[in-house]
Design a protein around this ligand. Structure first.
Ligand SMILES: C[S@@+](CC[C@H](N)C(=O)[O-])C[C@H]1O[C@@H](n2cnc3c(N)ncnc32)[C@H](O)[C@@H]1O
Length: 249
């Protein structure tokens, strides 16, 4: 974790940091507490598996271990223009994308605004003061990427109005996780992805998972793309917080 992310240490529980941000980092094993040591070793295995699977990335059936490989897939497919992440929180995955992707611009979209609990049942629905801190952390974390990074403080719907149809190489959906919100985001963002691009998202699962929230992502994604006749791919080694992705024809 970089110095700019320091305020996050008081915000995120260890469980949250380990379970929702993806695979544990490789390297730096010495000196880690025992549970983190084990997690890092899993990360090492995952890195080896990813290297073995990378030759599939240009094919119609790419095999990805985890979401950290999505930027590599974009590089391999020559998708190096503009991308959007919807739902940014502290900017951890936006930073991962920008570190691992050779593309020109990532727009990170989040309103950083509290919603009524009954309306948005998710661990990410925090109070206004915490949102202000998360926004500051995200901006600080992404500042080092210069003009390759733009942070738009607004809803996904407002951002979509500013983006031309069929213009994006990559969209990653990670905002609200209930079924109707995900269906809405799919309908909003699919038309913004260019032919040959990739539409993807986090938390490809259904069910109530306290304290994380109520998820209907899997049924929304499967239903939506079954109707369109498109194959939904899933990352292989990051259960339960699997990512899904679709290659847009
Ligand atoms: C699970 S967090 C995102 C985590 C981030 N993608 C990552 O992996 O590091 C969900 C975020 O979605 C945001 N969000 C909620 N409603 C949204 C909307 N309508 N448009 C964009 N973002 C939204 C929340 O403010 C919250 O920060």
């Amino acid at each position: 974790m970089d110095a700019s992310a320091a305020p996050l240490r008081q915000l995120a529980t260890p469980e949250e940091r380990l379970s929702r941000t993806g695979t544990a980092p490789d390297g730096g094993l010495r000196g880690l507490p025992r549970p983190l040591h084990a997690a890092a070793q899993v990360g090492l295995l995952s890195a080896v598996a990813s290297a073995i699977l990378r030759p599939t990335y240009r094919s119609g059936r790419p095999l990805l271990t985890n979401r950290h490989e999505l930027p590599v897939l974009l590089n391999r497919r020559g998708l190096l223009g503009s991308a959007v992440e919807i739902g940014v929180r502290a900017g951890e995955y936006s930073a991962t994308i920008l570190e691992r992707w050779n593309g020109r611009l990532l727009i990170s979209v989040d309103p950083w605004a509290e919603a009524p609990a009954g309306d948005y049942l998710d661990i990410a629905n925090v109070d206004s003061a915490t949102h202000e801190q998360l926004h500051a952390v995200a901006r600080s974390r992404l500042a080092r990427f210069g003009d390759r990074s733009e942070v738009w403080r607004m809803t996904g719907d407002d951002a979509a109005e500013r983006i031309s149809p069929r213009s994006l190489d990559f969209v990653y959906l990670d905002a609200r996780h209930d079924r109707s919100s995900v269906e809405h985001d799919l309908a909003t963002w699919l038309p913004r992805v260019r032919p040959g691009g990739v539409l993807a998202g986090h938390d490809y699962l259904d069910g109530d998972f306290p304290p994380h929230g109520d998820f209907g992502v899997r049924s929304a994604v499967d239903g939506y793309f079954a109707g369109a006749g498109l194959r939904v791919h899933a990352t292989l080694a990051d259960r339960p917080w699997v990512s899904w992705f679709v290659l847009i024809p």
